[in-house]
Each structure stands twice: as C-alpha cells, then as structure tokens.
Design a protein around this ligand. Structure first.
Ligand SMILES: Nc1nc2c(ncn2[C@@H]2O[C@H](COP(=O)(O)OP(=O)(O)OP(=O)(O)O)[C@@H](O)[C@H]2O)c(=O)[nH]1
Length: 632
C-alpha cells in the first residue's frame, strides 16, 4: 500500500484479491457433477483420498478460499461444499451406518438382506444373556459366584472356572435343560460403556438389592440404565440371611420406579436370595427364564457365518491376542477368517469358561478366541469374512471409518437447539433428559414440572435418568448412548467429566432457577428455542488510503489498531465515532500481494468491503462476529 502504483498494477492486485487464486497447486478436477461421498466428520485427508489428490494441495486451495484447516481436521458440510464447488465436485455427506452398509456391500455382506431374509424356520431359540447390576457391596460379585457354582459342568471339572468375561450355566426348566449366559463384569458402567460403542449384548438385567440396606443411588442408576436400553429387569433381593433384612421394603421402594412385584399385581419378578448361602439361586434362574419367555423372543439362526461382540480382550504373552467373543447369531468355528472391530485373523483355537477346547460356538455362547493379529476393543463387533484376505481389508476400512466416526462424534450429538431443528424436520420425536440436582426434592420438582409440559402428540419427553449429585462419567455415557441432554440444577461436573462431555459433544446445561430450565425445555419442545447470539468484537482498523476502482469497489489501505481483522467477518464503518455503515463483510483481505485470512494489530493491510464504496481517510473499520450466547 505504499508508494505510487500504476492504475493497472492496482487493478491487478485488486482482482487477484477478489478471485481467490488456487495457489498454483495441481488438483484433479471434477466436471462439476462428479459426486464424492464423504462420511460426516471427514477431513481433507479423506477427501484427498477420494479424488486422488495431495492433501497438502487441498489445504492450500482451502486457504485461498479463505478457510484454514489442517489435513486431519474434521470439516463440516459447508466447508467441503465450498471446496468441492471450486474443484468441480458435488459433495454428498453420508452417515456412518450408510457407509458401513456400503462397505460391507462391497464384500458381499448384506446385513439387512440377511436379517430380512431369515425365515421363521431358520430361527432357533437361543439362551438369554444376563448382566448383574446393583449398588456397591450389595453382592453382585458374590451372586455371580453363587450362580457359577450351581453349574454341574464346573462341578465335574473340579469347580475350577476361569474368568473369561462371561460364562454359561445350565438350568433345568420344565424338564428341559436351558443354558443361561452371564456377563461376568457386573455393574451398569460396563453395560453402558458397551452400549456407547454400539453393542447391546444384554437381554435381561438382574438388579441386586441388599435387603438390609435398601434402594440406594446406584440401584436407581442401574435400573435407569437398564430401562433406557429396554432391558427387562429381574430383582434379586439379596442378603436375606442377614439380621434386619426387610425384603418387603425393597418391593415397596421399587414400585416408585415402575418395578412392581408380581405379587403386588405388577410384572416384575422379585426373588429373595442369599448369595452367601447359595439360597434360592435356582428360583432366581427360573425367574430369568420365565421373564425371557414372557417378554422376549430370543431366537437366532445358528446355520450361518457367525456374528458377535468382543466383550473382553487382552494380550497374552504366550498366546497373543485373546478375545472373549459372545456369538449373537450364526456359528463360529475354528478356522474361520474373522474381523473383530479393527482386528482380524483366523480362529486358531477356542476355549470355554472351563478352559476346555471348543470347535464351534452357536448363538449366546461366549468363547475365548485365539488367532487375532491384534487386540480388539471391548464392544467391537465380530463377523466372519467371506473370503481369505478380505478380513484384513474390512479391518483396515473399519479402522479408517472408526477414526472418522470419532471425529464426527462431536457433531452427531444433539443439543437442545438442534432438537428444535430436528423436530421441525421430523427427525426426532423424543427428547431424552438426564436430570441431576443438589437435593432430591429439587430433582423431583423439576422432573414433575418437565413432565407436565403440554407438548402435543408428536413429541415425547423422557427422563431416562435422574439423581442427586455432581454430573458423573456415567451420566455422560448414558447421555451419549441415548442422545440425551443433561440438565444440572445447582450442581457441577464431577472431576474430569467436563472433558468427556466436551469430547462426546453432550449438551450439559446448568441452571439455578427451576423455571429457566422448564422454559428452555418447553421452548425446545415447542420448536421455538433458537440459539441466542451476542456480538464479540474482533478488531479495528484505521483507513490510511483509499484505492478506488469503479468496477470492483474500493479497497481501504489500513492499519490494524486493535485485535485482528479476519476475512469474512462482519464489519461496520465508524466516522468521528459514529456508525455510518453497518452489516458489511470483510470480503477481501490482503497483506501486500498475498491474500490473508487474518491480520493482527500493528500491521498494514488492504480491506475490501464488497460493494460498499463510501470510505474516507481516518474512517475506522470495526469487525466482529456473532457468538452463541451461553444460557445460564
Ligand atoms: N450375609 C450376606 N453377605 C453377603 C451376601 N452377598 C454378599 N455378601 C457380602 O457383601 C459384601 C459385598 O459383596 P460383593 O459381592 O463384593 O458386592 P458387589 O456388589 O460385587 O460389590 P462391588 O463390586 O464393590 O460393587 C461381601 O462382604 C460379601 O461377602 C449375602 O447374601 N449375605
């Protein structure tokens, strides 16, 4: 901006500013209609991969379009759209599920067709899979031990059972031997963590409540988690051998949570047990089978390639990767080529919970599998690859997809504002809430008031969990799985939980006035909650020289006086302290000959305000952006 330049030089400089140059990089071009499918959360690397371009070149092109991004950063649809349009492509964003389906389709694995094509006669009954949940010290582990020791096979093998993550016991029921599978890691934390990874393995939850202690916070948490997953509950009233045990009180307490005992006319089975003395364990197993038969249709096709979930895995020095797999359908056999999450390999050997070798495992059967090349994560889904070597390809693709999915997570979760939008588009019908408060009275009052909101027929409000105390990892996990919003009333995050909520993109809203919480939820449900914005000043620049161009408008040679000037930000012009023009945009920004995305305090730059021409020396250009205002 210094010295005198010829009109032509100025014009060229200006034109270069208006038409973003692509930085002279080579990028394969589309024809304007070439479609590129990208998964939500994709990065420039992924885009580059699809069009066979150098990711660094795309970073440059994007930069010249006024956006800064690294090659690995996850970008939104708009940014991809701009970039694609520039290069002659059309972007189509797809969901993880759609891509998975496509991916498996490429390997001739059609999950939907398989499931749809399963006729009644292919399906055979399968054992229920059970998880034991309950409050600390109420006897979950003891109960799992007591159940395990009822097993005849274990008895024959000298009672030595190994912990492999799950075990099966056989119960005689109406003259038929019926196996039941138990997940060996008690507690709803493991249950929900697994669900957070997309795997639901549990059919029935046993809720353990100590008869001498009663319903406690984690009892409620556990039942909320089971109910949120639509898993039927059998209540084991434990420690009935103890003095002061009051099983009737437990029944009465739980009616408040929609668990009404059969003897009181409800449909939940309660069994009084003593895990310590092995009392009534048989009745408890009976109750599990009766509940399964009454509430669930547990069937699977055993005559096909296996599908399942890795429920536990570790690296064993001598044996390599060892994974416990719960087969969900089909039959897993030694020799099968398998993929478990991002791990792949061939089943070299299988063992049951007694350490005995197994050659094949059907639906609901947990087995330890040797032969994977790496350790899969708990919750990873397992499938049998149709051909040799495709297992590896699937694993690699899954790995890439998993990475993308991780990045996409933040965007996928719902916020109260998104809910309004999603509701308007007919994408959601239920608003799930987790309510935490400082005292139980406040939590109840808030829940009552929220449930009373009259929202018409098309929307549903569900409080999937409520409790007293800080917002914990469990609350966030549950909100993650069930796309819930967390309402905190006079509480804070527990330690380190804020990061998790942030990573998972869970909307956590804090209130200290009940009515504000109610107002916000009501507004969201009625489709009226819009984010509120406030202005945040970015910087000011003073005009030192004006380059006039009748064709392209004026360019202000300026010096940045405070903050920074950013391209594309909003702007207004002040003269003598008064606003003389508003609603403008910094349409071009240049440092000497180069396009700039931002210019900081003390530096000179050329600013173009589009068609706004009335600039004079000493005018002040003020720039700002609208930021979403946090609600309190
Ligand atoms: N008297 C009596 N004691 C029991 C019974 N069941 C469990 N206990 C005792 O209660 C305590 C807790 O039992 P655990 O099985 O460790 O309880 P848990 O629910 O697994 O505990 P966490 O894993 O810490 O959540 C132990 O000291 C058990 O011996 C029972 O039926 N009767």
């Amino acid at each position: 901006m210094r010295g005198r330049k010829s009109k032509r030089a100025k014009r060229q400089e200006f034109e270069a500013m208006q038409a973003p140059s692509l930085g002279g990089v080579q990028v394969p071009r589309g024809n304007g209609k070439t479609v590129v499918r990208l998964r939500h959360g994709s990065s420039l690397n992924d885009f580059a991969d699809k069009i066979d371009a150098n990711p660094a070149a795309l970073v440059t092109v994007l930069f010249h379009l006024g956006e800064m991004a690294t090659a690995t950063q996850s970008l939104d649809e708009d940014t991809f759209g701009t970039l694609a349009a520039e290069l002659g492509y059309v972007i189509e964003m797809v969901s993880a599920e759609e891509e998975d389906r496509e991916l498996l389709g490429a390997f001739d694995i059609d999950l939907e067709a398989e499931e749809a094509g399963e006729s009644d006669e292919d399906l055979a009954p399968r054992p229920p899979v059970v998880t034991v949940m309950g409050h600390v010290d109420h006897g979950k582990t003891k109960l799992l031990d007591a159940i395990r020791s009822t097993d005849v096979v274990a008895g024959e093998a000298g009672g030595i059972t190994q912990h492999i993550g799950a075990y099966q016991v056989v119960k005689e029921h109406e003259g038929v031997e019926r196996p039941i599978t138990f997940i060996d890691t008690p507690g709803h934390e493991a249950f929900t963590a697994m669900r957070a990874r997309g795997a639901q393995v549990t059919d029935i939850a046993i809720l353990v409540v100590a008869a001498d202690d009663g319903v406690m916070p984690q009892t409620i948490e556990a039942l909320n988690h089971a109910q949120a997953a639509n898993v039927p509950i059998v209540v084991a009233v434990n420690k009935v051998d103890k003095e002061g045990a009051n099983p009737a009180k437990i029944r009465q307490q739980l009616t408040e949570y929609n668990l009404v005992a059969e003897e009181y006319g409800g449909d939940t089975m309660f069994v009084d047990v003593s895990a310590k003395q092995g009392l009534h364990i048989d009745q408890l197993l009976e109750a599990v089978l009766l509940t399964a038969d009454a509430a669930l249709d547990l069937r699977a096709n055993p005559d096909k390639d296996a599908r399942g979930v890795a429920i536990e895995a570790n690296l064993d020095k001598g044996r390599g990767a060892v994974a416990t797999v719960l087969v969900q359908s089909g039959t897993l056999r030694v020799g099968d080529a398998i993929v478990a999450g991002t791990a792949y390999g061939r089943v070299r050997a299988m063992f049951d919970e007694h350490g005995e070798t197994v050659v094949e495992a059907g639906p609901s059967r947990p087995v330890q599998v040797l032969g994977l090349a790496s350790v899969p994560s708990a919750g990873a889904t397992l499938l049998v690859a149709p051909e040799e070597r495709t297992d590896r390809q699937i694993a690699e693709k899954r790995e890439a997809a998993e990475r993308a999915a991780l990045l996409a997570k933040r965007r996928k979760r719902i916020s109260l504002e998104d809910f309004t939008q999603a509701l308007a588009q007919g994408k959601v019908e239920t608003l799930n809430l987790v309510i935490k408060g400082d005292v139980s009275g406040a939590v109840e009052a808030l829940e009552d008031a929220l449930l009373k909101i009259d929202v018409g027929e098309e929307v549903d409000l569900r409080v999937i969990h409520r409790g007293v105390g800080a917002i914990t990892q469990n609350d966030v996990n549950l909100a993650t799985v069930d796309s819930a919003i967390i309402i905190g009333f006079n509480v804070k995050f527990a330690e380190r939980v804020e990061d998790l909520a942030d990573r998972e993109g869970v909307d956590v809203r804090f209130y200290s006035v009940i009515y504000q919480a109610i107002d916000d939820v009501e507004a969201a449900l009625k489709g009226m909650l819009k984010p509120e914005y406030e202005e945040a000043q970015l910087g000011t620049a003073e005009v030192r020289e004006v380059f006039r161009s009748s064709k392209f408008g004026n360019i202000a040679g300026s010096i940045v006086r405070s903050g920074e000037i950013r391209r594309n930000s909003k702007a207004r012009v002040l003269r003598g302290g008064k606003v003389i023009a508003d609603n403008l945009t910094i349409e071009s920004l240049k440092r000497f000959k180069d396009d700039a995305t931002e210019v900081r305090e003390g530096y000179e730059c050329g600013i173009g305000l589009g068609s706004y021409n009335d600039l004079q020396l000493e005018d002040v250009i003020e720039t700002f952006e609208m930021r979403e205002k946090p609600r309190v």
